[in-house]
Design a protein around this ligand. Structure first.
Ligand code: SLL
Length: 263
């Protein structure tokens, strides 16, 4: 019996998409404090899910996002049905935001969870922290990946179609399904020539976009070096433990410890 229409999987293909999960936070002052903000709320913040800069239209695969906030918030599950997928709030404390990604119906995929720590306080090196204080802006972002393994045919077609770049071509900022570039919520630096469009991470880092293969390989290098350092430290530790054990055996054999204890 043939599979029902739209549920036949495209064998041997896994389609991957990078995307960004992040938050921004700032200290409120009289000017930036929204009306009616509770007196104990010291910070303004937003948490978001967005496509990569100049990447394919994220709504090709992402239908809606649910952000589960700390239970101290009223209606703490916030559902965002269209881009930009973000929640703006104020508060006094950081917490872990649970993020449920719902995919377009034609994907036939179950929702997936991701997690993001809402970072309210400056972090990193002294210099980084100072820069964040000067700007009154703490940005915490991660480039995540999602794999669609053997997607069903209609979804495979969408993920490989030119339509996901339509937002770049269209005049007056209107793209596929009439969405404007701005409303997509992904950053955009101008239409890329067709041959430079990629659904993968771009090759190079630019002043506006740190998420590139270049960064990825530098990060992997850093991790490999750190791993080598840890391996060396473990070896040195093992060696010195072995040395101590050997000294202990020698002491025991010489009988010094026994006589010492008897005395
Ligand atoms: C914790 N970090 O893990 C703390 C919780 C809760 C944050 C932080 C305001 C809520 C409201 C708010 O900032 N909650 O007043 O609506 O236990």
């Amino acid at each position: 019996m043939p599979a029902p229409q739209g549920t036949k999987r495209v064998k041997g293909h896994c389609i991957e998409r990078p995307f960004i999960i992040g938050s921004q936070a700032w200290t409120l002052d009289d000017k930036t404090r929204p009306e009616g903000t509770p007196a104990d709320h010291t910070k303004g913040w937003k948490v978001y899910v967005k496509g990569t800069e100049n990447g394919p239209d994220i709504t090709t695969w992402l239908k809606k996002v649910q952000f589960k906030l700390h239970q101290t918030y009223a209606n703490n599950t916030r559902t965002v049905e269209s881009p930009p997928f973000e929640v703006n709030e104020t508060g006094w404390g950081g917490f872990q935001v649970e993020i449920r990604l719902h995919f377009v119906p034609e994907s036939n995929e179950k929702p997936q969870w991701r997690s993001h720590v809402l970072q309210l306080e400056p972090y990193g090196s002294e210099a980084d922290m100072q820069a964040q204080k000067d700007k009154n802006l703490v940005v915490s972002e991660i480039c995540e990946f999602i794999d669609f393994n053997e997607p069903v045919e209609p979804f495979f077609n969408a993920l490989t179609s030119e339509d996901q770049w339509r937002y770049m071509d269209a005049g007056k900022g209107k793209g596929a399904k009439g969405k404007s570039r701005q409303s997509l919520g992904q950053s955009y630096t101008g239409p890329l020539p067709r041959e430079e469009r990629t659904a993968q991470l771009p090759q190079r880092t630019t002043p506006t976009n740190p998420y590139s293969r270049e960064t990825e390989s530098a990060t992997l290098d850093m991790l490999r070096k750190a791993q080598a350092t840890v391996t060396k430290m473990i070896e040195a530790e093992k060696e010195s433990a072995e040395k101590r054990a050997q000294e202990m055996r020698e002491l025991l054999e010489s009988g010094d410890m026994l006589t010492a204890r008897k005395r």
